[in-house]
Design a protein around this ligand. Structure first.
Ligand code: NAD
Length: 542
């Protein structure tokens, strides 16, 4: 039985539903059976012809945003074909449906908006959020990705236009790990925006008011979580692109009540730690011999530092010692014990040290061997910073993680050139390979997409009741462990993006096993975990 036999939709209703529509690929028998005769031209196109046609069109478009809009239209028209395209060449299409292009898509969302792909729950809906959730046409939602649009990538407050992010993220849950798309739901909590440009933009799509704050904001989130539990009791929540001042406490407040995680904190932490573990495998060194410098001490920076300490602790390094190996720099300089302005998340890393204002001095004085950028300050890894790092260690680890590309702390070319090809490099947004002295260096991309789809699939398959930080340490180790000697040879510390599906399944297997071992799974433990994970994977049906 195909999915088409499981719906009562017929004729144009079937063609207009992206879940069922397969356009000119409907066979003559299907056209007869589902009342489609005359609604389609005579030609019956096999799937590969449709893919050729779509890819030809995408190639003819020069601007990434036009490719985004085109693929977005396809997703609204023919979901299976969209996922066939995305899964067939993730390396080519992920940068279109997600970072870096999605940043521009959010900035211009009011101009390119076509049809809803998720729910806009606004402050106007207070007291009625459950009713709004019930307007969603699916009743068995297992994954919600939700943002309030306050810190979209490194682009700041984009209000309701942040919708592009949960839409893109959930598309990757499906494309990379096979989480069934009809069980995912992108949501924007439209609590207003403080972005003056948007407030004055006639095309802005959101509520034209300033952001809710304080108790009003907290009770709105509270109502949202309660409503999700009522309307979709088996649903997990991914918190996404909340501003630093809300992200941490929302995560802490709900992580024990509802299966949930924050990708900016925990997903980033896992991909950052995986990169570090893999880089150390590459240069054959140990965690205990490193000094880590985090430039940018927000959700991402402190998230990676925390998880890294957890992993060091598991390897036998006392927690206090592990923390001493991690230094943070924020907008006011090195985070040191004498500073009185420090957020709680930074305090474990505030060591006894003189005040230091510049990054280069901080790198020199701490003898850092690894530099991780999550500051959103472009070009802040200057030549003198990078060369100082290369004085401290033979093979410096350099991770400018800020997104999109315009915010990157340095380029791949700069990192390789200024270290004479010695840098072990990975960035947040992709960079092209760099040829230096006849040798080609392949920059890695420390993209959270290596982690969250696999974790998402494991949670979906096991119905995990909670997603503790330890699950992300497991994911990081699994990812780092799959990089091959041949890939190290090319300079890669993550599997190539072309292998993203394989990476997601490796992560999903490890995390699924963890959920069963820890008693967090709410389904019976199978004999064969790998077969169990494979069976949970959704494939686009045709
Ligand atoms: P955030 O707002 O929580 O943190 C940004 C931090 O940078 C803040 O603590 C701020 O104080 C600090 N900062 C600002 N100016 C600075 C300066 N002059 N010097 C030093 N620090 C300064 O944001 P976040 O969630 O931590 O994200 C930060 C960046 O990391 C974004 O660009 C985001 O796209 C990127 N990121 C990348 C990945 C990835 O590649 N996998 C994952 C998550 C986040």
């Amino acid at each position: 039985m195909t999915i088409h036999d499981q719906t009562t939709k017929r004729g144009l209703d079937m063609l207009r539903d992206p879940r069922y529509n397969k356009g000119t690929a409907f066979t003559r028998e299907e056209r007869e059976k589902y009342g489609l005769m005359g609604l389609l031209p005579d030609m019956v196109s096999p799937l590969d012809m449709q893919i050729l046609r779509i890819e030809g069109h995408i190639k003819s478009l020069t601007e990434p945003i036009d490719k985004y809009v085109y693929l977005s239209d396809l997703q609204e028209r023919n979901e299976s074909l969209f996922y066939h395209i995305l899964m067939g060449n993730p390396e080519a299409y992920m940068p279109v449906v997600y970072t870096p292009t999605v940043g521009l898509a959010c900035q211009t969302f009011g101009r390119i908006y076509r049809r809803p792909k998720g729910l806009f729950i606004s402050a106007r809906h207070r007291g009625r959020i459950a009713e709004v959730l019930r307007n969603w046409p699916e009743s068995d939602v297992r994954w919600i990705c939700v943002t309030d649009g306050e810190r979209i990538l490194g682009l700041g407050d984009l209000g309701a236009q942040g919708m592009g992010i949960p839409v893109g993220k959930l598309a990757l849950y499906t494309a990379c790990a096979g989480v069934p798309p009809h069980m995912t739901l992108p949501i924007v909590l439209d609590v207003g925006t403080n972005n003056e440009d948007l407030l004055n933009d006639p095309f802005y799509i959101g509520m034209r008011e300033r952001r809710l704050t304080g108790d009003e904001y907290d009770s709105f989130i509270e109502e949202f979580v309660a409503a999700v539990q009522t309307v979709f009791p088996q649903c997990s929540i991914q918190w996404e692109d909340f501003a630093n001042h809300n992200a941490g406490h929302i995560l802490e407040r709900y992580r024990d009540h509802i299966s949930s995680f924050n990708d900016d904190i925990q997903g980033t932490a896992a991909v950052g730690v995986a990169g570090i573990l893999s880089a150390l495998r590459m240069k054959n060194e140990e965690l205990k011999d490193q000094v880590f410098m985090f430039f940018g001490a927000g959700s991402a920076g402190t998230g990676i530092a925390d998880l890294l300490c957890r992993v060091m602790h598991k390897e036998g390094i006392p927690l206090a010692e592990a923390r001493k190996k991690c230094w943070l720099v924020d907008s006011k300089g090195l985070v040191v014990a004498t500073r009185e302005d420090l957020a709680e998340t930074k305090q474990p890393f505030a060591h006894e040290h003189q005040h230091v204002h510049t990054l280069v001095e901080a790198v020199r004085l701490t003898k850092a061997t690894a530099l991780i950028g999550t500051s959103t300050i472009p070009k802040s890894f200057t030549q003198d910073v990078i060369q100082q790092l290369a004085i401290n260690t033979d093979r410096p680890i350099i991770f400018p993680f800020s997104n999109p590309t315009s915010k990157s702390e340095c380029s791949a070319e700069e990192a390789y050139t200024w270290t004479n090809g010695k840098a072990i490099f990975a960035s947040g947004s992709p960079f092209a390979p760099v040829v230096l002295n006849g040798h080609t260096h392949y920059p890695g991309q420390g993209n959270n997409v290596y982690i969250f789809p696999g974790v998402g699939l494991a949670v979906y398959a096991t119905q995990a009741s909670a997603i503790p930080d330890r699950a992300f340490a497991v994911a990081a180790r699994a990812l780092a462990g799959m990089v091959t000697a041949e890939q190290f040879e090319k300079g890669l510390i993550y599997p190539p993006m072309a292998n993203i599906r394989q990476a997601a399944i490796v992560v999903a297997n490890a995390v699924t096993r963890f959920f069963f071992d820890e008693g967090l799974a709410r389904v019976e433990r199978p004999n064969d975990i790998s077969a169990f994970v494979d069976a949970a994977v959704w494939e686009p049906e045709y």
